[in-house]
Design a protein. Structure first.
Length: 185
């Protein structure tokens, strides 16, 4: 980031290439709307560009980047509070992974993997928003609990609790769905 602030455009390209996938998925999985996710994603990078000359390394670049993303998401949610933007189902055409991956698996394997992915996405979407965000920052961004606390502006204990409850909620959701399938047989 310091190199970019000094005019090295290739440094920005390097940052963009490294973080584009995880950041984009963070927005898509938080709000489930591809167009809105794209808008917030682009606005995040726009703010990174605008803030380059003022960037200070008081935190890791990823923490700073996701803090910008988190703030944009919070601002957007506050602006449209009456509307619930957190979808509970991702359809195939709205799946960020379909844009970011290239699968060459057999149809049977692909079918099983698609079913697992849909179940996981469904269960993630059912989590309370603060748990979902903590989980996605951990899974997609590779943030630790202390990094998550810094990004979202919470205490370390709150971040740990959110991750723990998110994992418990996911496990319970997956087990319930599995039980439903078993009982249907």
């Amino acid at each position: 980031m310091f190199r970019y602030a000094q005019g090295d455009v290739s440094a920005f390209e390097s940052l963009y290439q490294k973080y584009k996938g995880g950041l984009y998925r963070y927005f898509v999985r938080q709000i489930g709307d591809l167009q809105l996710a794209e808008d917030l994603y682009q606005e995040t990078w726009s703010r990174v560009i605008k803030a380059a000359v003022r960037y200070e390394s008081s935190a890791k670049f990823t923490t700073w980047l996701y803090r910008i993303a988190h703030n944009l998401l919070v601002d957007h949610i506050r602006a449209v509070k009456p509307v619930d933007l957190f979808s509970d189902v991702f359809s195939e055409e709205h799946d960020a992974d379909s844009f970011l991956s290239n699968n060459t698996e057999s149809p049977d394997t692909q079918l099983i993997e698609d079913a697992k992915a849909k179940l996981l996405k469904h269960c993630i979407a059912l989590l309370p928003s603060v748990q979902k965000e903590a989980l996605l920052l951990n899974m997609e961004g590779g943030f630790t609990a202390s990094g998550i606390a810094e990004v979202v502006g919470s205490t370390l204990e709150a971040a740990k609790s959110r991750i723990r409850y998110a994992n418990q909620g996911l496990k319970a959701c997956v087990m319930n769905k599995w039980q439903e399938v078993e009982n249907a047989r």
